[in-house]
Design a protein around this ligand. Sequence first.
Ligand SMILES: Cc1cc2nc3c(=O)[nH]c(=O)nc-3n(C[C@H](O)[C@H](O)[C@H](O)COP(=O)(O)OP(=O)(O)OC[C@H]3O[C@@H](n4cnc5c(N)ncnc54)[C@H](O)[C@@H]3O)c2cc1C
Length: 400
Amino acid sequence: MDFAISDSMTELLGQLRRFVDEHVVPLEPALAGGFFALQPELDEVRALARDRGWWLPQLPKEAGGMGLSVLEHGLVSEVLGRSPLGHYCLGCQAPDAGNMEILLEYGTPAQKAQFLAPLLAGDTRSCFAMTEPEFAGSNPVILGTKARRDGDHWVLDGHKWFTTGADGAAFAVVMAVTEADAAPHERASMILVPTDTPGFERVRNISIMGEPGDGWASHAEVRLTNVRVPVDNLLGAAGKGFAIAQARLGPGRIHHCMRWMGICDRVFDLMTHRAITRDLGGGRGTLAEQGTIAAWIAEAKAQIESTKLLVLRAAWTIDHRGMKAAAEDISLIKFHAADVMLRLVDRAIQVYGAAGITDDHVLSWYYRHERGARIYDGPDEVHKAVVARRIFSRMRKGQA
Ligand SMILES: Cc1cc2nc3c(=O)[nH]c(=O)nc-3n(C[C@H](O)[C@H](O)[C@H](O)COP(=O)(O)OP(=O)(O)OC[C@H]3O[C@@H](n4cnc5c(N)ncnc54)[C@H](O)[C@@H]3O)c2cc1C
C-alpha cells in the first residue's frame, strides 16, 4: 500500500491550502448573515479558483473536473475541509457532488443537457430528497413518497425532510416508490424534479440547534402534491433507486471523512494556538503549560494522524481494488472519523472556554453543523453493525 503522491499533487495541495487560508477563511464571519447574503463574495472566490484550474476535483477531466484519483481527491477534500465554505468554492459541495456523479453515470443526453450541464458550470444547485419524517431513514427501503405513471408523466406525492440545500436549488433528485410490488430494494426510483414544478413546496428550512440557515447551508422540509414531471425525468432504470444511491454513497463517504480530517486540522491548529497564547495569570503560565491540555494536544494529534491513515487506506483500496473491496473500511471510517472529529471540536471548545461557544469562532459552527456527521450517510450504529457482522462471519469461517 503506497500513499505517496506526485510532486505536482504536493504542490497543488500547498497552493490550495494557501488559497483556503487567504480567500475562503476570511469569508467565514459573514456566514452568520446567511448563505444568500454571502453568495456574491463566494462567486468571486469560485471564479478565482476556476481561473487557476481548480474546479470539480471529484470529477474526471472529460466532465470538466480535475481528473484526480479517489485518494488524491481525498487529500484535496481534507484541505478544503479547513473551512465550512471550502468545498463550495471548488464546486464539490454535498449534495451537488453526488448528484453530478449519478447524472454523469446514469443520465440520458437530454437529462445531462437540462440538469447536469448548468450544475457542472456552477450556475445552479441541486438537492437529494430521500429521507422522510414518517419513516426510519436508516432503512430507507420504506418510503411513503409514491410516483405513478399518468400517460407521459410521473405524478409524485410525498413528504421529505432534511433535503439539504433545497432552498434555492434548481432541481431535486427525488426517491419515490414506482414499483410497489417489487422486492423492497427494487421499489424506489430516482426522478428529477425541477423545484419550480407546481406542487413542489419547500415547507420550511428546518431549524437546527436554533439556526434554520438558508440556501446551500440549510436542510428543508419538502412536500410534493400532485407534482407532474415528464416520464423522461426518470434517472436510471425504474426500481434501481437504491442501487444508484449506493453507488453515490461509497466515494461520498471518503470525501466526507477527509473533509472531517480537514476540520480536525483546522480545529487542532486553533486549539494549539489558543493553548500557547492564553495565559492563566498569577504565574500559572499558558494553557499549553498545563499538563491536561498538553496531553489533549498530543492525544488529538495521534487520533487525527491515525484516522487519516485509515481513511487513506479506504481511498487507496477503492482506487486499486474497487468499491466492493473497500466496503468494510468505508463503514469503519464513517463512524470512527466522525467520532474523532466531534470529540476534537468539543475539546477545542473546552480549551477556548466561553469564547468557544460564541459565534466569534468557527468552532461553534462546527459543533452545530457537524453533529449530523454521526447520523447522515448511515448512522454510526448501522456502520458498526456492518463491520461487526463481517468480523463475526470471518471468525466463524476461521478466516479471522
Ligand atoms: C445534516 C444532515 C443532512 C442530511 N441531508 C440529507 C439529504 O440531503 N437528503 C436526504 O434524503 N436525507 C438527508 N439527511 C437524512 C439522513 O440521511 C437520515 O437522518 C439518516 O439516514 C437517518 O435516518 P433518520 O434520521 O430517520 O433516523 P432513524 O432511522 O429514525 O434512526 C434513529 C437512530 O436509530 C439508531 N439506529 C438506526 N438503525 C439502527 C440499527 N440498525 N441498529 C442500531 N441502531 C440503529 C441510530 O442511532 C439512529 O441515529 C440528512 C441528515 C442530516 C443530519
